[in-house]
Design a protein around this ligand. Sequence first.
Ligand SMILES: Cc1cc2nc3c(=O)[nH]c(=O)nc-3n(C[C@H](O)[C@H](O)[C@H](O)COP(=O)(O)OP(=O)(O)OC[C@H]3O[C@@H](n4cnc5c(N)ncnc54)[C@H](O)[C@@H]3O)c2cc1C
Length: 106
Amino acid sequence: MVLGCLLGNSGNSGPNLVPKKSGPVTLLGDAAHPTTPNLGQGACMAIEDALVLAQCLTRKGEIQVRLRKYESLRFKRTEYITCESRRAGQIGQMEILWLWRSDQFG
Ligand SMILES: Cc1cc2nc3c(=O)[nH]c(=O)nc-3n(C[C@H](O)[C@H](O)[C@H](O)COP(=O)(O)OP(=O)(O)OC[C@H]3O[C@@H](n4cnc5c(N)ncnc54)[C@H](O)[C@@H]3O)c2cc1C
């Protein structure tokens, strides 16, 4: 399902890293914010996630508070990248359609 979203440049490329309400669980990488491939940033985002998560986990305090902190620190940037990547894909597809039509009608 994720791959279908990725390659389709659909309106929604998947769940972004929305801060969760509770639980000692979090996500990172593609599981947190599947991204269309147009900007080549998926692995970069996963590495950044891992670094920020490690920094949050080394702090003292309740584990759930630290996980929520990690999610809130990553949300804005990963949302920006997923949106821009999707936009780049949509523009690329428009150009392909335009070229195809030019070819068809001279
Ligand atoms: C063709 C292509 C080109 C790309 N080019 C770029 C690029 O140039 N730059 C860039 O930054 N990103 C690029 N990406 C995106 C990048 O590959 C991903 O964003 C990145 O690999 C995500 O890392 P991840 O650890 O979140 O997930 P993954 O790399 O998918 O790792 C998840 C791992 O979990 C394993 N797994 C799944 N289910 C289970 C289970 N139930 N139990 C145990 N293990 C499980 C999988 O086998 C896999 O090894 C590209 C992707 C594709 C497909």
